[in-house]
Design a protein around this ligand. Structure first.
Ligand SMILES: CC(C)(COP(=O)(O)OP(=O)(O)OC[C@H]1O[C@@H](n2cnc3c(N)ncnc32)[C@H](O)[C@@H]1OP(=O)(O)O)[C@@H](O)C(=O)NCCC(=O)NCCS
Length: 435
């Protein structure tokens, strides 16, 4: 415990309070003692969008945005992306340590044997219209798993929790692939237990009439790396949704559906789609200087540039750029890459972007890779949700086992009417509210 304290003087009452400071924070509840009188509720803080509020202690993911650092359980993201598989990283996020060889073998085996979906889930998916958004199908189908596994509500039983965690990590690619094939009107493909996690996803996405799907190892590794990069990002919008919904002790399928719903919004999981639209709008490399000029004149933003947290560089963007090059050797170069590279080159040399610390973020290249793999932009967020499920579940598990956590229930500053008398309906005049 540090000796740092904060002394606050309430100029209204002239009283002074000394609050302990731990890990650079004061406890918001310590402010409640600051009152104008015995009937006063006590001081609160106002923090829309939690811009300066820590909602939990967490030992999962560390980000230093100024230094461009992202670590899972202490391991730099670059090192994990180079040396590990996604399932190894999922194990690390969930259990805190990298697995030994035999632990990993068991883990992979268990996840592989939970990939199959109950036929009831398949029937549920079949009911969606063919033009349904794949993310809406995914969110609904994950929630529907709660009907298949009602025992999941026993969230305080560690063995039960672990079983549902394995099921969710295993079934997410199966649901994602079904949503993809449903849009195309293709029959669903069952999982193949001989394949790795990424290879099996490719199998369920792209297998046609061949008796056994043979995944391209470069594409499989690229997907696995993209999954590692997207597995967790501490208390972002969807993770906060997972924790907030999970705090009511709802089951993990429903909580994961809520987290995926948060991810579906364009301000969260949808930015890579915006990058592709921007590159389409620019059209060719020659148009880049004029496009940058327009941005500097305040006409729009450069999509895939800048980040709320990373103000030096996004460490994931570097790895993605390298991965893109590997993928294009197989798929052929996505012509959008030349526009993207030129955009990056010009922007990184430009005073406007340097001064504002605007660098390419994770979304700048990921959309171009996914498009080269043959995905339509609507699928990008679904591909994001697959690996982020591991992060959501690690954070959920941490929440459920944290004795300090309770049901999430923020306060408000009430700005409405004081108590009013009800007017009988026949005496009411037309309300002067906007209709
Ligand atoms: C990610 C983002 C929302 C972060 O926003 P933020 O931290 O609130 O940063 P601000 O909006 O305060 O921006 C600071 C300055 O940089 C400018 N800026 C930020 N991102 C910019 C971009 N992508 N292109 C051009 N200018 C940008 C702002 O206009 C502002 O300029 P000013 O100081 O002259 O007003 C923002 O950078 C953005 O919209 N980027 C594009 C969308 C995107 O790629 N999102 C994916 C994030 S992973």
């Amino acid at each position: 415990m540090s000796n740092r304290t904060l002394t606050i003087t309430d100029n209204g009452t002239a009283k002074t309070y000394t609050l302990p400071v731990e890990n650079g924070t004061i406890r918001a509840m310590d402010l409640r003692q600051i009152k104008t009188g015995p009937d006063d509720f006590g001081l609160m803080t106002y923090d829309p969008a939690f811009m300066n509020t820590a909602s939990c202690h967490s030992s999962i993911t560390f980000i230093d945005g100024d230094a461009g650092i992202l670590r899972y359980r202490g391991y730099p993201i670059e090192v994990l992306a180079e040396h590990c598989t996604f399932l190894e990283v999922a194990y690390l996020l969930l259990f805190g340590e990298l697995p030994t060889e035999s632990e990993l073998k068991n883990w992979v085996n268990e996840i592989t044997h939970h990939t199959m979906l109950h036929e009831a889930t398949k029937k549920f998916m079949e009911g969606f219209g063919y033009s349904s958004h794949p993310m809406a199908m995914l969110v609904s189908s994950v929630a529907a798993l709660s009907t298949v596994y009602p025992e999941a509500k026993e969230v305080h039983d560690p063995a039960n929790r672990l079983l549902q965690i394995k099921r969710l990590i295993a079934k997410m690619p199966s649901i994602a692939a079904m949503s993809y094939r449903h849009n195309l009107g293709f029959p669903y493909v069952y999982p193949d237990n001989d394949l790795s996690y990424a290879e099996n996803l490719m199998n369920m996405l792209w297998k046609m009439v061949e008796p056994k799907y043979a995944a391209n190892p470069v594409i499989a590794r690229a997907l696995d790396i993209l999954f590692i990069l997207h597995a967790d990002h501490e208390q972002n919008c969807s993770t906060n949704a997972m924790r907030s919904v999970g705090s009511s002790q709802t089951d993990p399928y429903l909580a994961t559906a809520a987290a995926a719903a948060a991810l579906a919004g364009p301000l969260h999981g949808g930015a890579n789609e915006a990058v592709l639209l921007m590159l389409d709008e620019i059209g060719s490399k020659q148009n880049v200087p004029n496009y940058v000029k327009a941005i500097k004149e305040g006409r729009g933003k450069l999509m895939g540039f800048g980040h709320r947290v990373y103000k030096n560089y996004d460490p994931r963007a570097k790895i993605i750029k390298w991965t893109a090059e590997q993928v294009f050797e197989v798929t052929g170069r996505n012509p959008k890459l030349d526009i993207a590279l030129e955009l990056e080159r010009i922007a990184l040399e430009d005073e406007y972007f340097i001064k504002r610390k605007l660098y390419p973020n994770v979304d700048f290249y990921s959309g171009i890779i996914y498009q080269a793999m043959g995905f339509r932009p609507e699928m990008f967020t679904v591909l994001f949700a697959i690996p982020r499920t591991a992060g959501w579940l690690a954070q959920w598990q941490e929440l459920v086992t944290d004795p300090e956590q309770k049901i999430a229930r923020p306060r408000q500053i009430y700005t409405g009417h004081d108590v009013r008398q009800l007017v009988p309906i026949e005496q009411r005049t037309l309300a002067s509210v906007a209709r």
